[in-house]
Design a protein around this ligand. Sequence first.
Ligand SMILES: Cc1cc2nc3c(=O)[nH]c(=O)nc-3n(C[C@H](O)[C@H](O)[C@H](O)COP(=O)(O)OP(=O)(O)OC[C@H]3O[C@@H](n4cnc5c(N)ncnc54)[C@H](O)[C@@H]3O)c2cc1C
Ligand code: FES
Length: 290
Amino acid sequence: MPEIKSAEQKPPYYPSYFPDLARIVRIKQEVMDAVIELEMAGGRPLGHMPGQFVQVSMFGYGEIPISVCSPPGRAERFKLCVRPVGRVSKALHEAAEGDWVGIRGPFGRGFPVEIMEGRDILLAAGGIGLAPLRSLVQYLRDHREAYGRIILVYGARNPSLILFKEDVDTWCRDPSMEMYVTVDEADESWTGRTGVLTGPIKEEIEISPVQTMAAVVGPPVMYRFVAAELLAKGMSKRKIYFSLERHFKCGIGKCGHCQLNGIYVCQDGPVFRYSDLVGLSEAVEAWAPE
Ligand SMILES: Cc1cc2nc3c(=O)[nH]c(=O)nc-3n(C[C@H](O)[C@H](O)[C@H](O)COP(=O)(O)OP(=O)(O)OC[C@H]3O[C@@H](n4cnc5c(N)ncnc54)[C@H](O)[C@@H]3O)c2cc1C
Ligand code: FES
């Protein structure tokens, strides 16, 4: 089994086989997704870090992994952004305020926020990849003085599919952030960039490759192209972090469902250094540049 070095952070998860109860406090529809605000029974904080996920159970339906999309430390409540694609996610998407769900976690290794301190951070989000990155963006903004440039490149399929529109507008107005929002297909209302998100990375953004670290979340196909652009800018694979998605069952490294060569994505990730994935043939086949 390869040694995983992406885990500079101490594993912040604790093994948990039994869900705790959490109450749905508020639900906001965000395009096709539901942003669900939850409170743990007893009001205890979730205790997560950006990039971590929870295993959410909908009673009578099953359990699925969902990234926490709110930052740690702002409030005791936390948020999940849920896209209805199948049995459990549709049931969760259709839940009502006041309903109870089960929560295990937070689990997994998130983004290395301590190692990122003092660096310029380039974040690339495609589609619903903005959900886990939102937690990181808000964390960086909450600790603004600890980081250098914050550059966010966000690509959506079309203007109506821009997630977290209010946040995106706020970040665009924030002079301490550098925002590049692009859509694959414009409509008549759209006056911004058109094209895939590698466009601004390649043509508009200048970085110091030594000073910069990158966090990338989106559909697997995006990783290959974003990685190629970042490498072309002189970035080392050690400074590029990807969040991987696989099918999870247990979420705590016990069942093998999420296995990628010799690693468990749920426990060793979901956030990995690119350099730690090189040579893992299943990861390379799935998304990475050669
Ligand atoms: C670490 C992690 C974080 C995630 N964060 C989020 C999030 O923030 N918001 C969100 O909406 N979803 C997220 N997902 C994906 C979510 O877990 C799946 O959509 C969910 O498990 C589907 O279960 P289901 O019962 O609703 O659908 P199913 O009936 O099991 O499947 C429906 C369809 O979705 C596909 N699918 C199922 N699981 C996955 C998966 N893990 N990755 C890709 N495709 C899948 C199936 O192949 C099938 O085509 C995350 C997954 C992981 C591993
Ligand atoms: S989901 Fe069970 S080992 Fe990862």
